[in-house]
Design a protein around this ligand. Structure first.
Ligand code: MRU
Length: 343
């Protein structure tokens, strides 16, 4: 399964990001050799999606050590802590940074060059493994979807959000390569329109039959029996299966249950966080009110209005039919049977 778009690339000692804030109008790549600029790029969603953020964070640490020339563990820890704080909800970010730090501890490199070798190699390993995990998620997930089926997705859990073919959209691409005709409805995903700007663009580039809808249309389509499956990604999955994903995912899961439509969460091992007992422990990022009061620079709400703008919500495990992971299908709380998750 092959998808053209690449959100994150290592180019020598630099990190190249596809600037997702400019899509779908412009295809712009930015090269970074300073780690604070990568942190800023993560915050402004130039690179976004849990796995892609983790990969970018790993490369950011290598870039940071190269930039500062400091390789003592105390110095690296300072850079690592700054990177960890770029965004709070996707666990892949801290997971990736922690993994590089653990690798350094295990290998104790003695000079700058050796330290950089360890960091670049581990960051590349994370990137490569993510690509492979996406392929496996695609394979496992495709077994749930039949020829002619219709899938609804939310936000962007595609190639743009990962180091490979994506998680939720990886399932769609795998189905395509298996010769299944799949139709996708993409929620626009307010407020930042990752569905309209990114998923619609990415699927169109790949020749997938995609229809863009306003978020509020999902229930009506389900009532008309037009949706066979809902597949979304995840930013963090707690030990009990409660799942953080883009705001609006929880409402979709409730709608799917009411209409008896299977609700799947596709995610790699790096998104599961055993340290979080339940969704109540997962930190939810609050974004700037401007993202709601302005639509691409134009004010749409009155001055002085109060705004509440969480970027993510928690879908309880009970509303999830099945987790599509890189190691196989794992039943969620809504699964009727333990073996197949689509019943
Ligand atoms: O704010 P974003 O665009 O980073 O939110 C992304 C999502 O919610 C995705 O669904 C999630 O990270 C999974 S991406 C494979």
């Amino acid at each position: 399964v092959y998808v053209r778009v690449k959100s994150v690339q290592r180019i020598g000692d630099k990190l190249r990001l596809l600037d997702q804030t400019r899509l779908p109008h412009e295809l712009v790549y930015n090269d970074y050799d300073r780690y604070p600029d990568i942190i800023a790029a993560i915050k402004r969603l130039e690179v976004r999606g849990a796995p892609a953020i983790g990969i970018a964070a790993a490369y950011a640490l290598a870039v940071g050590v190269k930039q500062t020339g400091k390789y003592q563990s105390d110095d690296i820890r300072v850079v690592a802590n700054e990177i960890r704080q770029a965004r709070p909800t996707a666990v892949n970010l801290t997971w990736a940074v922690d993994r590089l730090m653990a690798r350094l501890e295990a290998t104790s490199p003695e000079n700058l060059a050796a330290t950089l070798d360890v960091l670049w190699a581990e960051a590349e390993a994370i990137h490569r493994e993510d690509r492979d995990m996406c392929l496996r998620i695609g394979q496992y997930g495709a077994a749930l979807i039949g020829d002619g089926d219709t899938v609804l997705t939310h936000c962007n859990a595609g190639a743009l959000a990962t180091g490979g073919i994506g998680t939720a959209l990886g399932v769609v691409y795998t189905c395509r390569d298996q010769g299944k005709r799949i139709r996708v409805y993409a929620d626009e995903t307010r407020p930042l329109l990752q569905g309209a700007r990114l998923t619609a663009w990415e699927l169109q580039q790949e020749g997938i039959d995609v229809t863009l809808i306003c978020d509020s249309v999902a229930g009506a389509l389900m009532a008309e029996d037009k949706i066979g499956h809902v597949i979304v990604g995840a930013d963090r999955i707690a030990a009990n299966g409660d799942t953080a994903n883009k705001i609006g995912t929880y409402s979709l899961a409730l709608l799917a249950m009411a209409h008896e439509i299977p609700f799947y969460v596709a995610a790699p091992a790096s998104t599961f966080d055993q340290a979080m007992e339940s969704g109540a422990d997962i930190p939810i990022e609050l974004r700037s009110p401007d993202e709601v009061t302005e639509v691409f620079g134009s004010r749409v709400a009155p001055e002085g209005i109060d705004v509440y703008c969480p970027a993510f919500d928690i879908t309880p495990n009970e509303l999830i039919t099945c987790f599509i992971t890189d190691t196989g299908l794992r039943p969620g709380g809504r699964a009727a049977g333990a073996v197949r998750c689509n019943e």
